[in-house]
Write a protein that binds this ligand. Structure first.
Ligand SMILES: NC(=O)c1ccc[n+]([C@@H]2O[C@H](COP(=O)([O-])OP(=O)(O)OC[C@H]3O[C@@H](n4cnc5c(N)ncnc54)[C@H](OP(=O)(O)O)[C@@H]3O)[C@@H](O)[C@H]2O)c1
Length: 254
């Protein structure tokens, strides 16, 4: 058995919550393998954090790419935690006129992609000394649907259900399943991608909101939940900025 103590895989590590989670975990003594598609960003993160971080370019919507990444990860040793951060929202159109490709792409990434890499790493996670952990960054969009968000919400409901059912199915097995559902998080790219690069629309999401969550706030939840004893499973965390009671009840300073 190779050393798997505190070795984590973080998907979506090239930006936002994923990159912040890598930083928080390394600070907490973890060794991290960072995954995403953009190599330059992964390399910059690894250069910043030193030899505790390695990276593998991986598109989790692609079977071959994900299998190759998992093979490389496991060649380097065992894995104690998988943090599923890779995900996105595409578009905010009503159901009546929504773009089918947006829905398909969100489902492929948020649901099937997360399922794909989780399935591939699950056996190794269960072999980690003391047991392993599958952590999913879902969203409050997976708790309360909102107008214009049906496609994203549906994918996040599905991601949450996957995590919950995995938890039930793995009872008695040495694996924890943790679901962290953030509300509004002001990351650099999330809303920009949602609105196809429209900076004004992206900025309007956070307009006047005093202190939306930061990527670091969510990363701290990741670090804390993973840091609990192996026999303590933080099933679910819902974390929102104080100014956000729900998606439709947000305080904005004008
Ligand atoms: N921001 C929010 O308000 C918010 C709220 C609740 C939940 N979340 C969830 O939190 C997660 C992270 O969001 P974020 O705000 O940090 O957004 P982000 O900065 O856009 O990060 C998304 C990450 O996913 C990666 N990714 C996208 N497609 C991928 C693919 N096919 N294969 C592998 N990696 C891929 C991206 O890297 P590459 O492009 O380099 O591949 C990037 O690192 C998402 O699941 C999101 O749904 C966000």
């Amino acid at each position: 058995m190779k050393d798997t103590d505190k070795r984590a895989v973080v998907t979506g590590a090239s930006s936002g919550i994923g990159a912040a989670s890598v930083r928080a975990l390394v600070k907490d003594g973890w060794t991290v393998v960072a995954l995403a598609r953009r190599e330059a960003k992964l390399k910059a993160l690894a250069d910043e954090l030193g030899d505790k971080v390695s990276y593998v370019v991986c598109d989790i919507t692609d079977e071959e790419s994900t299998q190759a990444a998992v093979d490389r990860i496991l060649e380097g040793g065992g894995v104690k935690a998988l943090v599923n951060c890779a995900g996105a929202a595409f578009g905010k159109d009503p159901v009546a006129t929504a773009n089918l490709d947006d829905w398909r792409n969100m489902y492929e990434l948020n649901v099937i992609g997360t399922l794909r890499i989780t399935q591939k790493l699950l056996p190794a996670l269960k072999q980690a000394p003391g047991g392993g952990t599958v952590l999913v960054i879902s969203s409050t969009a997976g708790i309360e649907p909102y107008e214009g968000g049906a496609g994203y919400c549906a994918s996040k409901f599905a991601e949450k259900v996957m995590a919950r059912v995995l938890r039930l199915e793995q009872i008695g097995e040495p694996v924890r399943v943790i679901d962290i559902a953030p509300g509004m998080v002001h990351t650099d790219e999330f809303s920009l991608k949602r609105f196809g690069g429209d900076a004004a629309k992206a900025a309007a999401v956070y307009d006047g909101v005093p202190s939306p969550l930061t990527a670091e706030d969510v990363a701290e939840c990741v670090r804390w939940a993973l840091g609990q004893p192996d026999t303590v499973d933080i099933d679910s965390i819902v974390v929102r900025p104080r100014a956000e009671g729900s998606y439709t009840k947000v305080y904005r300073e004008r």
